[in-house]
Design a protein around this ligand. Structure first.
Ligand SMILES: Nc1ncnc2c1ncn2[C@@H]1O[C@H](COP(=O)(O)OP(=O)(O)OP(=O)(O)O)[C@@H](O)[C@H]1O
Ligand SMILES: [Mg+2]
Length: 319
């Protein structure tokens, strides 16, 4: 069941169309990764869905409420971790979270317990009394994420959760996002880190220049690239022409490159299904395989496939 549905959702900033007729369903209980290079329109989408800014066209239904007609009802369902945390009206991480917990309606006792727990979880307990002005970028982001963890909303918008956060912190935050989903929160994760989207998301949508290019599970997207998988085979003896021809005849095989007569690179689809067939082919012809290595396409390859650009190129070309 869709918990969020956008209907031609559009945002114009003067002559720039930041989000262009977005039609998207987000299912209840999933982690939906919104991917795309800088300027793709991810944050603008998140801000419209969370009723921070108003669309200039179309609309969206969040829960059962229209974002334009019932923004207050929408706000009761959602939590948001902003890309640019603004913590400046209170002085310390402890105050920020305590205030947030209060707004979310937690009792004093619950509040104390939950704020302490979450501050420990995001490794900010020892910095809880620091002035927010003195926090590093990564520390501010941790406090921003902690807000969601305290609130545990029905729907969480999480915008670039691990930008500026060190490797150990990243893994911890990824685990916490997964735990939040296990408790039943639907999560919309905006990120331009493709690896993060790949490991966390049930489905991803790739945005580019305000438009949704494609939307599916990471696996389906990767499988959709023709010849996207690569298998490297090393043989004890040179491959015979008939072995070579049979290999090429498999419909999953897109191309065979002979690096050396004993070393073949095969571009193919559905690697997990075809590798046993390849092994059998060589064994049948008494051509022992000394090694076989496989690599699958990443979401980077998917991005390149659908945009014609690497993510770095797309970022350079963004307005
Ligand atoms: N308040 C604003 N006024 C004018 N233009 C804006 C405003 N907010 C966003 N934009 C423009 O809208 C486009 C989309 O921006 P948005 O922040 O949604 O991208 P994003 O996908 O979140 O990028 P990033 O990966 O850098 O966070 C950009 O071209 C941006 O410059
Ligand atoms: Mg953004």
């Amino acid at each position: 069941m869709a918990v969020i549905r956008t209907i031609d959702l559009t945002k114009r900033f003067k002559d720039l169309v930041a989000v262009d007729h977005l039609n998207l369903d987000i299912e209840e209980g999933e982690i939906f990764g919104l991917l795309g290079p800088n300027g793709a329109g991810k944050t603008t989408t998140v801000l419209m869905l969370s009723t921070v800014i108003k669309p200039t066209g179309g609309t969206a239904v969040v829960g059962e409420y229209d974002i334009g007609k019932s923004p207050d009802d929408v706000r009761k369902l959602i939590g948001i971790c902003f890309q640019e945390p603004k913590l400046l009206w209170v002085s310390t991480p402890w105050d920020v979270l305590n205030w947030h917990a209060k707004v979310c309606g937690l009792s004093t006792q619950e509040r104390k317990k939950r704020v302490k727990q979450v501050l420990e979880d995001v490794n900010m307990w020892e910095h809880r009394r620091k002035n927010v002005h003195g926090l590093s970028g990564g520390m501010r982001k941790r406090v921003e994420i902690a807000k969601i963890l305290i609130q545990r909303p029905k729907i969480a918008f999480i915008d670039e959760p691990t930008a500026q956060i060190d490797v150990v912190g990243k893994h911890k935050i990824w685990n916490m996002i997964q735990e939040l989903r296990e408790e039943g929160t639907t999560i919309i994760l905006a990120t331009n880190e493709l690896h993060e989207a790949d490991i966390l998301s049930d489905r991803v949508g790739i945005m580019h220049k305000g438009k949704l290019l494609i939307c599916d599970t990471p696996k389906t997207l990767k499988d959709s690239i023709l010849g996207g998988d690569l298998v490297e085979i090393r043989l004890e003896k040179e491959a015979t022409q008939d072995a070579f021809d049979e290999l090429k005849s498999f419909h999953e095989v897109v191309d065979v490159v002979t690096v050396k007569p004993t070393n073949l690179k095969v571009h193919l689809n559905k690697v997990e299904e075809i590798v046993p067939k390849i092994m059998e082919l060589f064994m049948k012809r008494n051509l022992p395989v000394t090694s076989i290595s496989m690599s699958e396409p990443s979401l980077d390859d998917v991005f390149v496939h659908y945009t014609g650009l690497t993510i770095e190129e797309a970022q350079r070309k963004s307005p």
